[in-house]
Every structure is written in structure tokens, then in C-alpha cells.
Design a protein around this ligand. Structure first.
Ligand SMILES: Nc1ncnc2c1ncn2[C@@H]1O[C@H](COP(=O)(O)OP(=O)(O)OP(=O)(O)O)[C@@H](O)[C@H]1O
Length: 273
């Protein structure tokens, strides 16, 4: 059964689920090694969404990948439910990582073309929570959650459109009942009307399941639709980090204003579109 996450945090709603402090990340090798993230700090309360915005190359994906353990921090802390996971490795880190799921950017390359949707989803299901005999039931439940028919289970990724594939990628991320979902540019590979559909689904799921989300996008208008607070990155540094309402009503940094001005059709991308 899909749980509603916020119920788990009734007792400590004020404690952040994710708390990043003074994060520095260096990438590359030898003399090519450069600082990609510089002293980045933020925290995310359970059940809320932090939008992370910035132009291409600002370090958004590096931040997401460092949180899920693909890159190691040079210094600083990444606390998940109070435990510093940034420098952890091995079983404990893998255990925590099941609770943090990333939805990748490109639904065309993120699904294994040789596996049916049922196989892809069943593989992601947590064996500790769902008995093998109940996998099919759980696959159906996940498909329903992302509004796909049951018969999608027996089909292969090539039989689906980009938007449908991204729904499947969302279902796969939700298969383990994660506490934190990192959505990395989940709509950027889709056309405009499909973007709106996937965003609407994602926003509904977020509300229904009470999951905590890091929503990464270069598009401030998209971020506005789904975020409670926003972190604006430029060249790996924090430009602005405030509530979404404040940032959109009164952007302080010139760079944030620039991002808002560059939104096609002006700010206010609507999920009702
Ligand atoms: N593995 C790596 N080794 C060296 N430099 C890297 C590596 N990955 C990313 N970079 C550099 O880090 C900077 C930030 O890249 P990153 O992908 O995090 O930005 P982004 O904001 O997510 O942009 P995009 O939306 O284009 O992915 C870029 O200058 C990029 O060239």
C-alpha cells in the first residue's frame, strides 16, 4: 500500500528531512579539478518541495547527484533525518539511498528497452516491503498511480510516448515508497502540452502521497507551480533562497529577475493549461 508520508513525521514536522550545510563539491581530475558547488546550504521540511533553479551549468545536477551519492562532497554536510550521509558509504548509505529516489531527465534513455514495464517496476519494488507473490498487484497499483492502464505492464518502453515513459519513470521512483524524490528536469525532454500533463500528475502525486521533493529545473515558471521554497543557483553558488511566494512576488537578486523575465510568455506557467 502506498503510504502518506507526512503521517510518519507527525511528531517532528519542524525537523528538516534533508539539511545541506556548507556543501562544496569539486569535480574533474588532477589539474582539471574545479569547484562546481561553493558553500551551498538549505534545508527541506518533510512533505514540502524545494525548487532548484539556474541556467545550464549552474550546478543543479551536480547537487542532485551529490545528494544521491554519485559524487562525493569535498566538504560540508548532507544530513538526511539528522544523519550525515555525505561521507557515508557501504550498506548504511545504500539503505538510506532506497529512501531517496531520483527521477532522471531523459525518459528515452532511463528505461531498459529489453525489459517490459512490469519487469522494470518489479525490479524496483523493495523486497523487504512487498512479498514476491504480491509484485503483480503492486505493479498494477503503481501503474494506476501514474494513470496508465494495467495492460501497460506487458509492453516495452518503445511502445510508449515520452510523457508515458516519464510516468513510468515516476512509478519506478515511487516503487520503494521513498521519503525524498529528486526530480531532475523531468519535463525538459517533453513537448509543452506533455510537460503540463506530467507536471500536473507529479503535483497531484506529491499532494496525495505527502512526499518531500527536490524539483530541479532551469525553468522558473515550472518551479513556481510545484515549489514551496526555491533555491537559485549561479555558477555553483546560492543567489537566493526564500519561499516560492516571496521569490516570485519580489525577486531580490538581479539574476532571479533575469530568470523570471526569460520565462516564455512571462511567469505563471499554469498546470491548467
Ligand atoms: N563529472 C564532471 N567532471 C567535471 N566537471 C563536471 C562534471 N559534471 C559536471 N561538470 C561541470 O560542472 C558544472 C555544472 O554542471 P551541472 O550538470 O551540475 O549543471 P546543471 O545546472 O545541472 O546544467 P544542465 O541543466 O545543463 O545539466 C558544469 O560546468 C559542468 O561542465
Amino acid at each position: 500500500m502506498i503510504r502518506r508520508k507526512t503521517a510518519m513525521h507527525e511528531g517532528d514536522r519542524s525537523a528538516p528531512l534533508l539539511d545541506v550545510e556548507g556543501l562544496n563539491v569539486h569535480l574533474g581530475h588532477g589539474s582539471q579539478r574545479t569547484r562546481i558547488l561553493n558553500d551551498v546550504s538549505f534545508s527541506v521540511a518533510p512533505g514540502t518541495t524545494l525548487g532548484i533553479v539556474g541556467e545550464s551549468g549552474s550546478g543543479k545536477s551536480t547537487l542532485a547527484k551529490t545528494i544521491v551519492g554519485i559524487h562525493a562532497p569535498h566538504s560540508g554536510a548532507i544530513r538526511f533525518r539528522g544523519e550525515d550521509i555525505g561521507h557515508r558509504s557501504g550498506r548504511r548509505r545504500r539503505g538510506i539511498m532506497r529512501e531517496v529516489q531520483m527521477i532522471p531527465q531523459d525518459p528515452y534513455s532511463s528505461l531498459d528497452p529489453r525489459r517490459t514495464i512490469a519487469q522494470t517496476l518489479a525490479e524496483a519494488i523493495d523486497p523487504a516491503r512487498v512479498r514476491v507473490g504480491r509484485h503483480r498487484e503492486r505493479v498494477d497499483e503503481l501503474l494506476a498511480l501514474v494513470q496508465l492502464d494495467r495492460d501497460a505492464a506487458a509492453r516495452y518502453p518503445r511502445e510508449f510516448s515520452g510523457g508515458q515513459r516519464q510516468r513510468i519513470a515516476i512509478a519506478r521512483a515511487l516503487a520503494v515508497d521513498p521519503e525524498l524524490v529528486i526530480a531532475d528536469e523531468i519535463t525538459s525532454a517533453l513537448d509543452l502540452s506533455t510537460q503540463a500533463e506530467v507536471l500536473k500528475l507529479f503535483a497531484d502525486l506529491k499532494k496525495r502521497l505527502g512526499i518531500t521533493v527536490l524539483f530541479v529545473s532551469h525553468n522558473l515558471a515550472v518551479v513556481q507551480e510545484v515549489s514551496d521554497s526555491v533555491l537559485v543557483l549561479l555558477h555553483g553558488e546560492t543567489v537566493e533562497h526564500r519561499s516560492a511566494e516571496e521569490i516570485f512576488r519580489d525577486p531580490r537578486a538581479p539574476y532571479t529577475r533575469l530568470l523570471l523575465d526569460s520565462v516564455p510568455g512571462g511567469p505563471g506557467f499554469s498546470l491548467d493549461a
